[in-house]
Design a protein. Structure first.
Lengths: 500, 172
C-alpha cells in the first residue's frame, strides 16, 4: 500500500467521534497551557502521561499531538500580549509582536501568528508524511553500530549545539545519564542504595514531572513577580488585505527555515525563528519599521516555530530520537504503551502512526478554527491568580507521579529531583540534555551491547558501517570546532585581562 | 573584539560562590557513581559490555565537569538564570517560600499512605496556595477538596484506577 492510501486510512480512523474529541481537547488544552505562564507543552504532556494507562494509544497520541501544536500557538499569544515569552521558541515573536500589540495592532499580530502557524503546520506535516516513512525504511536497514552512533549524535547535538553554555549542557547530560544508570537492567543493582524500591530504576515519568513541573514551580516561587503584568486587551483577530499581502511570503520562508532545522538531530525552534527574523528584516520593503511592530517579524518566526515542531517529529517517528523536550515526553508515551519506538515503528504500528499523522492535519485546522474566535478568552487566562496556578501545578505533578505506582516513595523521588530541577534553573543548567540523557542513556548501553554481542566482542564493529563512520566524523568535527572556539575565547579573555 | 565577557574591565570580578557548592555536589555524585561501579561483579559471559563500563564513564565525566565548573566559577563565570512570565529576576531570591513549599510537600508524602490522596491532595493544594500568597485559606481549602475528590473519582471512573483511599477507605 502506498503512503497515500495509508494516510487516507489514517484519516478514516482519526475521524471517529472519539478521536475527534481527543483532538479537540488536545488543541484546546495545548493552547491553554501555552498561554498560561509557567506551564509549557512538555510539562503538560508529562502531567498527562497517566492517561496512557487506560486510554487507547491512538486517542492519547492524537491528544498529545494536539497539545504539542496548540502549545506552540499559545506561546505566541503570550509573547504578543505580554512581552515576556514563556517558551524560548517564541522569544523572537515577542520582539515585533508585542510592539504591534502596543501600537493597537494586537488583533493583526494574533491573526498572522494563527494563520501562519496553520500554513506552516500544514506544509510541515505534509513534508513529514513525505519524508519520515522514507527515512524510516533507510534507517531500519542500519545495524546496531550505526544506530549506536546515531544515538550518540543525538545526545551530543542536543547538548553541544543548543544553549549558551556547553559546559552546563554537558553537566546536565551527565546528570541525566547517571539517573538513567539507576536500576538492575544489567542484572546487578546499580546506584540503588540497596533499596528494592529503586531496583526497577527511577520511572522516567517521575523524572520528567519533577524536572519540568516541580523544578519550574519552585523556581518561580523563589522569584514570584508580586506586581501584576500588563496585559494588552485584544478583540477578534483579523487582518486587512495589506496585512495578508505582507504576511504570506514570510510564512512560506519561515516554513522553509523551520522544517529542516526541526528535523535535524539538534532540532529546536530557537535558531530557525531567529534566522527567519533577520531574513525578513533584510527583505522588508521598509526595514525601518522593524523594532516598531512589523508584521513580517511576527509572520515569519511564527511559521518557522510551527514548521520546526512538525520537523522534530521526523527523527522521533522515523528513528525514535527525540530532539526537543516535548518530543521526549511523546516518546515516553509510546514507551508506556510498550510500543517499540525506532525505525521499525512504521512497519510494526502502521495504523497508529498514520492515524497520528492524519490527526496532525486535523489538529492544525482545529487550531485555526478554534483559536481565532477564542483569542479574547485566552487573553483572560493570563489573569489567573498565581498562587492557585502554581499550587495547581504542584497538585497535578504529585498526582501524576503518585499514579505511577501509588507509592509515597515516588513522591519523595519527585521532591528530590524537583529540587535538582530548581538548582538547574538557579545555575543555568539546561533541562533538555538531562531528560534526553535519562531516556537515551539506557538505550545507548543496550545498542552497544547488541552491537558487540553480534561481533562477539570485537570493538572494531562500531566503525564497520559507513553511516556510523560519517556520524563519528560529524561529531568529531563539531567537537574540534567547539574546543577551538572555547580556547580562542579564553585566550582573548586572558589578553583582555592582562591589558585591563 | 566582540567576545562576550562577564566582567567588564575596571570592575571587580563577580564570583558566584554557590556555584562551587554545585560543582562539589556534582563531583561527589561522580565519585559515588564510580565507587558504586567498583562494587559490581564481572558480567555474564554473554555480556560484552561490563555492567561497570558505563558507570565508570559517567562518573569520570561528572568529576571532570565538576572540576571544569569550579574552574569556570573561579574565572568569574556566572550562570544565566532562567526567565519566565512570572519570574522577576530584579529582586533577590525568596528561599523561605521555597523552604515552606518543601515542608508542605514533605507532609504530603509522609501522610499519604495513612490519610489517602483525597485528603493530603487537598491539603497540598491549600498549603502551597497559602504559602504562595493566596489570601483566603477557606477558599484554597475548598478548591483543594474539590480538586482532590474530583481527581480521585476521575481516576476511578475515567481511568479505572483506584487511588488508595487511606482512612477514607469505604467512604469514597
Amino acid at each position: 500500500m502506498g503512503s497515500f492510501d495509508l494516510l487516507m486510512q489514517g484519516f478514516e480512523n482519526a475521524f471517529t467521534p472519539t478521536n475527534l474529541l481527543y483532538a479537540c481537547i488536545g488543541v484546546l488544552l495545548g493552547t491553554a497551557v501555552g498561554v498560561l505562564p509557567g506551564i509549557g507543552p512538555a510539562m503538560t504532556l508529562a502531567l498527562l502521561l497517566p492517561i496512557t494507562y487506560s486510554v487507547e494509544p491512538a486517542s492519547a497520541l492524537i491528544m498529545f499531538a494536539g497539545i504539542y501544536y496548540g502549545g506552540m500557538y499559545g506561546g505566541s499569544t503570550t509573547s504578543i500580549l505580554l512581552n515576556t515569552p514563556g517558551e524560548s521558541s517564541s522569544v523572537v515573536t515577542a520582539i515585533e509582536g508585542n510592539k504591534m500589540a502596543k501600537a493597537g495592532r494586537a488583533a493583526q499580530a494574533l491573526a498572522t501568528a494563527a494563520i501562519g502557524s496553520f500554513v506552516a503546520g500544514t506544509i510541515g506535516t505534509l513534508l513529514l508524511v513525505l519524508f519520515a516513512p522514507k527515512l524510516a525504511t533507510e534507517v531500519v536497514k542500519l545495524g546496531a553500530p550505526s544506530y549506536f552512533a546515531l544515538l550518540l549524535l543525538a545526545l551530543f547535538a542536543v547538548t553541544a549545539v543548543l544553549g549558551s553554555s556547553r559546559l552546563r549542557g554537558f553537566t546536565a547530560l551527565f546528570i541525566g545519564l547517571a539517573i538513567g544508570l539507576v536500576g538492575t537492567s544489567t542484572g546487578q543493582p546499580r546506584l540503588t542504595f540497596g533499596s528494592p524500591l529503586l531496583a526497577d530504576g527511577i520511572d522516567i515519568v517521575v523524572v520528567a514531572v519533577a524536572i519540568f513541573a516541580i523544578g519550574e514551580a519552585l523556581w518561580v516561587a523563589s522569584h514570584l513577580r508580586r506586581r501584576p503584568l500588563d496585559i494588552i486587551p485584544v478583540g477578534q483577530p483579523w487582518m486587512s488585505r495589506d496585512d495578508w499581502g505582507r504576511s504570506w511570503k514570510p510564512w512560506l520562508r519561515g516554513t522553509a527555515f523551520g522544517f529542516p532545522f526541526g528535523a535535524l538531530p539538534a532540532g529546536g525552534a530557537e535558531l530557525p525563528t531567529f534566522l527567519s527574523y533577520i531574513t525578513e528584516r533584510k527583505l522588508a520593503k521598509n526595514p525601518e519599521e522593524f523594532g516598531h511592530g512589523a508584521i513580517e517579524g511576527v509572520a515569519g518566526p511564527e511559521a518557522a516555530n510551527n514548521a520546526s515542531a512538525a520537523g522534530t517529529l521526523v527523527p522521533l517517528l522515523a528513528m525514535g530520537l527525540p530532539t526537543t523536550a516535548t518530543a521526549a515526553v511523546i516518546l515516553l508515551a509510546f514507551q508506556s504503551y510498550g510500543i517499540e519506538t525506532g525505525p521499525g515503528l512504521f512497519d510494526s504500528q502502521p495504523i497508529l502512526v498514520w492515524t497520528l499523522l492524519a490527526s496532525l492535519f486535523i489538529g492544525n485546522t482545529l487550531l485555526l478554527v478554534l483559536n481565532l474566535p477564542l483569542a479574547p478568552v485566552w487573553a483572560k487566562l493570563l489573569q489567573i491568580p498565581r498562587p492557585y496556578l502554581y499550587a495547581g501545578i504542584l497538585f497535578f505533578a504529585s498526582l501524576g507521579a503518585y499514579s505511577v505506582n501509588f507509592q509515597w516513595f515516588d513522591l519523595l523521588i519527585l521532591l528530590v529531583i524537583g529540587l535538582l530541577g530548581l538548582a538547574m534553573r538557579r545555575f543555568g543548567l539546561p533541562v533538555l540534555p538531562l531528560i534526553i540523557g535519562v531516556i537515551l542513556g539506557p538505550r545507548l548501553e543496550a545498542q552497544l551491547t547488541e552491537a558487540l554481542a553480534i561481533s562477539s566482542g570485537d570493538v572494531s564493529t562500531l566503525w564497520s558501517e559507513p553511516v556510523a563512520v560519517i556520524v563519528y566524523v560529524i561529531i568529531g568535527a563539531t567537537l574540534l570546532f567547539i574546543v577551538g572556539n572555547g580556547l580562542r575565547t579564553m585566550a582573548a579573555n586572558n589578553r583582555k585581562q592582562v591589558s585591563a | 573584539m566582540t567576545t562576550t565577557q562577564h566582567t567588564p574591565p575596571g570592575q571587580s570580578r563577580v564570583v558566584d560562590k554557590a556555584q562551587y557548592g554545585l560543582a562539589a555536589g556534582i563531583g561527589v555524585a561522580g565519585a559515588y557513581v564510580i565507587y558504586d561501579a567498583t562494587t559490581l561483579h564481572k558480567g555474564f559471559a554473554d555480556q560484552p559490555v561490563q555492567p561497570y563500563t558505563f558507570p565508570f564513564i559517567v562518573g569520570a565525566g561528572l568529576i571532570v565537569l565538576a572540576a571544569l565548573l569550579a574552574l569556570a566559577t573561579a574565572r568569574g563565570d556566572v550562570p544565566e538564570l532562567e526567565e519566565g512570565e512570572d519570574v522577576d529576576l530584579t529582586k533577590g531570591s525568596d528561599w523561605v517560600t521555597v523552604g515552606k513549599l518543601v515542608v508542605v510537600f514533605a507532609l504530603n508524602f509522609a501522610l499519604i499512605s495513612w490519610l489517602g490522596w483525597a485528603i493530603t491532595g487537598a491539603l497540598l493544594f491549600a498549603g502551597t496556595a497559602h504559602v504562595l500568597g493566596a489570601r483566603s485559606i477557606v477558599r484554597s481549602l475548598a478548591i483543594g477538596v474539590v480538586l482532590s475528590v474530583l481527581s480521585w473519582y476521575g481516576f476511578y471512573s475515567g481511568l479505572g484506577l483506584a487511588i488508595p483511599a487511606g482512612v477514607l477507605d469505604g467512604v469514597l
